[in-house]
Design a protein around this ligand. Structure first.
Ligand code: IPE
Ligand code: MG
Length: 250
C-alpha cells in the first residue's frame, strides 16, 4: 500500500493566501533512499528522482512569489555514507548546477551555495562560482543550496571569524550581539526561515539552520521527497498560514 500511496493520494484542496506567504521556506528533503528501495532500485536512483522533485518545487516556489528557499542537499555528516553514494550525490549536484540555467531559465532564480565548499572537488567549486555569478543579477527567488552544510559547523565558523576580528581590533567584545552573529553566518543578509519542511516522516532538525530556526514553524509529512508535489507544498503553506506565531509574546 505504501508503495502506491502516492498514486492514490487525493489532490490537495488547500487554498493559500498569496498575501501572507512565508518569506523564507527551508526544506530537508528526506526519503530518497527509501523511495528507491521500495522499487528495488539503487539508492542513487532515488537521489536522481529527488533532484527532479527539487527542480519542480523550485520552479513552483518562484512562480508563487516565494522570496527565499534553502534546501539541505548535503550535510557535513553525509560523508559517512558509502563512497559510491557520496560520489553519486556530488555528481547530481554538479549536474543540477550545470543544467540550472537551462532548466530554470525564465524563473529569474538566483542561486547561492551555503556550507564549507572548500573541501569539494575543484570542478564542483568552479561550477558553484559559475552559477552564482551567472544568476547574481536575478531578482526573483533566492535559492540557497546547503552543500556540506552543518549548523554547528556554521556557528563554529562564525565564532572563529568574530574572534579573529576582535584579535585584529576590528571589533570590541561589546559589539557582539545576536544581530552580529547572524551577520557572520553563511546566511548573512537572508531573513530566518518562516517555515521548515521535512519529508519522509522523520522529525529532527539534523543540524540544519540551528541558529536561524529559533522561531521557525516546522511542518512534517510522511511523503517521501521524490513523491513530493507542489500540492504538498501548498498543504504546508496552508498549515503555516493557520498557525498563530507569537515569537515569545502572547
Ligand atoms: C535524502 O534522502 C537525501 C539527501 C541526503 C540529500 P535519504 O538518502 O536520506 O533517504 P533515506 O532517509 O535513506 O530514505
Ligand atoms: Mg534520510
Amino acid at each position: 500500500m505504501a508503495l502506491f500511496g502516492n498514486i492514490f493520494r487525493k489532490k490537495s484542496k488547500a487554498v493559500i493566501d498569496i498575501n501572507t506567504l512565508p518569506v523564507h521556506i527551508a526544506i530537508i528533503p528526506d526519503g530518497n533512499g527509501r523511495w528507491a528501495k521500495r522499487r528495488g532500485l539503487p539508492r542513487n536512483a532515488g537521489h536522481r528522482e529527488g533532484s527532479n522533485t527539487l527542480k519542480t518545487i523550485v520552479k513552483y516556489c518562484a512562480k508563487l512569489g516565494i522570496k527565499y528557499m534553502t534546501v539541505f542537499t548535503f550535510s557535513t555528516e553525509n560523508w559517512k555514507r558509502p563512497k559510491s553514494e557520496v560520489d553519486g550525490l556530488m555528481s547530481l549536484l554538479k549536474e543540477f548546477l550545470k543544467n540550472a540555467e537551462h532548466e530554470l531559465s525564465g524563473s529569474n532564480v538566483r542561486i547561492k551555495v551555503i556550507g564549507d565548499v572548500s573541501v569539494l572537488s575543484e570542478e564542483l567549486q568552479r561550477e558553484i562560482s559559475r552559477v552564482e555569478k551567472l544568476t547574481e543579477k536575478n531578482t526573483g527567488l533566492l535559492l540557497n543550496i546547503a552543500l556540506n552544510y552543518g549548523g554547528r559547523d556554521e556557528i563554529v565558523f562564525a565564532v572563529k571569524q568574530i574572534g579573529k576580528e576582535i584579535a585584529e581590533g576590528k571589533l570590541k567584545l561589546s559589539d557582539i550581539d545576536s544581530k552580529l552573529i547572524s551577520e557572520r553566518l553563511y546566511t548573512c543578509g537572508i531573513p530566518d526561515p518562516d517555515l521548515i519542511i521535512r519529508t519522509s516522516g522523520e522529525k529532527r532538525s539534523s543540524n540544519f539552520l540551528l541558529w536561524q530556526s529559533a522561531y521557525s514553524e516546522y511542518w512534517y509529512t510522511n511523503v517521501l521527497w521524490p513523491d513530493f508535489k507542489p500540492d504538498d507544498l501548498k498543504e504546508a503553506i496552508r498549515d503555516y498560514q493557520l498557525r498563530n506565531r507569537r515569537f515569545g509574546g502572547i
